[in-house]
Design a protein around this ligand. Sequence first.
Ligand code: GUN
Length: 283
Amino acid sequence: MTVLMDGRKLSKKIKEQLRVRVEKLEKSAGIVPRLVVIMVGQDAASQIYVRNKQQAAKKIGIQTIDNMLPEDTKEEEILNLIYEYNEDPNIHGILVQLPLPAHINEENVTHAILPAKDVDGFHPVNMGHLFMNAPHSLPCTPRGIMELFKEYEISPKSKNVVIIGRSNIVGRPMAALMINADATVTIAHSKTLNLSKLTQQADIVIVATGQPQMLTGEDIKKDAVVIDVGMNRLPNGKLVGDVDQASIDGIASYLTPVPGGVGPMTIAMLMKQVVEFAERSVK
Ligand code: GUN
């Protein structure tokens, strides 16, 4: 039997704990955690993510300062906005929703955020700390996956982990976290040959490719743990992950469902990092 890892339930528990921490912080230090959200353009998926982040923040008591900018906003305007918030002591975290429109250099923008306010953990300084096993701020999706492992008492120690996808947001930081947790890690990607041979040897497979239902039951060994980071909309409107859930069912020991697995955890981790940053500002 395959156990579905319930990211909705765990994220609710974490957000409730955060709400209590925020209440305490306000009582003891008079501080309300504040998160700046910057979104440029009308990307449909991004609009949903941003709305979910705003709603989660509100429930926890985190104040968001929303900057919904038009598609044709100049890079310089975004950078200037970031510089202002970098200087503002009342702002604890700054988030720029990705992807940005093609005329804006994503690297310039993520690098402009002060590492101490980089709630996404995308700044190279934070990425560097992570790879040296002394993280200050972590990319939210990989951190959320580690929380799921903890909750379900699955230890990555000495396990063979295959990560499919080498993005800066998921694959690369996920690999670093898994190395830090004493796993043996392989990163596969679109140019990898004989992918199925690799995944068939893995105790844990983490898929973040954006290719609907690409990993099937034939690609994994019995009792593997399968983490599905995908979020794909099929032409018929159905939301599916990168894993073919039906064919994995009964073969994997654990699986994160889509929706309701990794997605809610990403948002919970973002909230956690905002609260941590606000708490750090007192000390
Ligand atoms: N786009 C897709 N995932 C993310 C994320 O975790 N943070 C931001 N800022 N943008 C994203």
